[in-house]
Design a protein around this ligand. Structure first.
Ligand SMILES: Cc1cc2nc3c(=O)[nH]c(=O)nc-3n(C[C@H](O)[C@H](O)[C@H](O)COP(=O)(O)OP(=O)(O)OC[C@H]3O[C@@H](n4cnc5c(N)ncnc54)[C@H](O)[C@@H]3O)c2cc1C
Length: 254
């Protein structure tokens, strides 16, 4: 699946562009960040995603969606891909795809699940697993755009080893009083963690979120079940459904 087809004649966000991998780093034992250089990239907003298309030598293609992890930065795009066992595209991108290899990219996609640095309201981010990716783009865009709007992140991971961007989140939260980061461990917590493993529910959203009276913008991203549970709980707590924005990381093959 290494050959990238010639980009189409469509322009703008519908065009397939050929990007190349310029660097990669492991985020966890099963997740890898790909740093791509995409010529003529039109720019993006935090929260958007791209379509990635791989083409095999025999012409077979496979296409999947991946959120953009970085704030807008010219033609540089960062994607973080979680390896799904037996996953056609994610196993290739995390295990086989090498620096210098091409890949076709289309986008950016999405106009609702976005955050702009001009937004004046406090923000609650709730991510489950790889659902942190577009939320990290928002955290990075807030800094890059000079926003002082207070952000709170609640990040649900199975165990301490599964958290993406751990060092960066620790440093950003330490150096920025406007950013709070709270982890919720669902299977195994670190030693001496004050509470047993649990899921994100009323307790975590009350303790580490914002009260609905502050009318925060809420962004919830992760597996479909996680997103639906968290969004329903936020609404039950009194948050305006119109201010709870969701992104479901369901399968995108087909
Ligand atoms: C808007 C959007 C943004 C996304 N952003 C990211 C991202 O930033 N990082 C990331 O790692 N993934 C992201 N995904 C998921 C991604 O598009 C693929 O679905 C995922 O990489 C699996 O593809 P695959 O080809 O490896 O697996 P497939 O070959 O398609 O599937 C293999 C098996 O895994 C199951 N499966 C596939 N996808 C998932 C899934 N997401 N959750 C649970 N089971 C699944 C399938 O049902 C099948 O049984 C996003 C999805 C959407 C819709």
């Amino acid at each position: 699946m290494a050959r990238a087809a010639v980009p189409g004649r469509l322009s703008g966000r519908l065009a397939w562009r050929v990007g190349r991998l310029v660097a990669a780093r492991d985020e966890t034992p099963s997740a890898r960040t790909l740093v791509l250089d995409v010529p003529d990239w039109p720019g993006h907003q935090a929260g958007q995603h791209v379509d990635v298309r791989l083409t095999a030598e025999d012409g077979y293609t496979a296409q999947r969606s991946y959120s953009i992890a970085n704030a807008a930065d010219g033609g540089r795009l960062e994607l973080t891909v979680q390896r799904v066992p037996e996953g056609e595209v994610s196993e290739y991108l995390t295990g086989v795809y090498r620096v210098g290899d091409p890949v076709e990219i289309r986008g950016p996609v999405g106009g609702w699940f976005v955050w702009r640095p001009a937004e004046p309201d406090p923000v609650l981010l709730v991510g489950g697993g790889s659902g942190i990716v577009p939320l990290m783009a928002m955290i990075r865009a807030r800094k890059a755009g000079g926003s002082r709007v207070p952000f709170r992140l609640i990040y649900s991971v199975r165990s301490p080893e599964d958290g993406y961007y751990a060092d960066e989140l620790r440093t950003r939260a330490r150096d920025d009083s406007g950013l709070d980061v709270a982890y919720v461990y669902t299977r195994r917590a670190p030693r001496n963690w004050p509470e047993p493993p649990r899921r994100v529910g009323v307790a975590a959203l009350n303790t580490a979120g914002w009260p609905p009276e502050l009318a925060p913008l809420c962004y919830v991203c992760g597996p479909t079940g996680f997103v639906e549970t968290v969004a329903d709980t936020l609404v039950a707590l009194g948050h305006d459904p119109a201010r709870v924005r969701t992104e479901r990381f369901g399968p995108t093959g087909g």
